[in-house]
Write a protein that binds this ligand. Structure first.
Ligand SMILES: Cc1cc2nc3c(=O)[nH]c(=O)nc-3n(C[C@H](O)[C@H](O)[C@H](O)COP(=O)(O)O)c2cc1C
Length: 167
């Protein structure tokens, strides 16, 4: 992580989010615009594959090996935020590894942490326990948990549609 200042805005509230297929990004945008917060996108230094199934494979490997991808960027001045909204999708019934890196790399002690979590129908998994472990000294608000579209279902539907066109 470079520490490059790449946060938009100058508010005491930060929205930090990770999103692959856009569901969590929509919520981050609504919070950002409604509360006029700063905005930070959590990104791995090496992007995940474009292909959904390759990403699932990589995420599974990271989880089983306990690897946590490094961040493309850190929030330059996390100290100045009093409140951090943290958005992420559920991956493998948990917090995506890159979001766990974000939590390990930023000290949220004493801050109010407000999670917003999207999932594809199987719920928030163990994500609240992971947040408690990785940000033990933050005050934590009850998260917004929202079921959203699954990229898997969309990908499979479009793939079968293409098959019917080809045949
Ligand atoms: C690698 C991967 C793993 C996922 N694992 C789960 C899961 O365990 N449970 C679940 O309900 N949804 C799972 N999903 C679906 C996403 O949580 C859901 O579609 C989410 O809204 C995607 O958010 P995004 O569009 O911001 O990336 C998974 C998606 C991906 C890409």
């Amino acid at each position: 992580a470079t520490g490059t200042p790449n946060v938009q805005g100058n508010s005491p509230i930060l929205v930090a989010y990770f999103s692959r297929s856009g569901n969590t990004r929509v919520i981050a945008g609504v919070v950002h615009r409604s509360l006029k917060t700063d905005l930070f996108e959590i990104e791995p230094a090496t992007p995940y594959p474009k292909d959904y199934f390759q990403t699932v494979e990589q995420a599974k490997n990271e989880r089983s090996r306990g690897t946590k991808p490094t961040l493309k960027n850190r929030v330059a001045d996390i100290e100045r935020y009093e409140t951090v909204y943290l958005g992420f999708p559920i991956w493998g019934t948990s917090v995506p590894p890159v979001v766990q890196t974000f939590l390990s790399n930023h000290n949220l002690a004493g801050k109010l942490l407000i999670p917003f979590i999207t999932h594809g129908g199987y719920g928030k998994g163990d994500s609240e326990d992971i947040l408690a472990n990785l940000a033990p000294a933050a005050r934590r608000e009850k998260p917004l948990v929202l079921e959203c579209d699954q990229e898997r279902r969309t990908t499979e539907t479009v793939t079968s549609w293409l098959d019917t066109i080809r045949s």
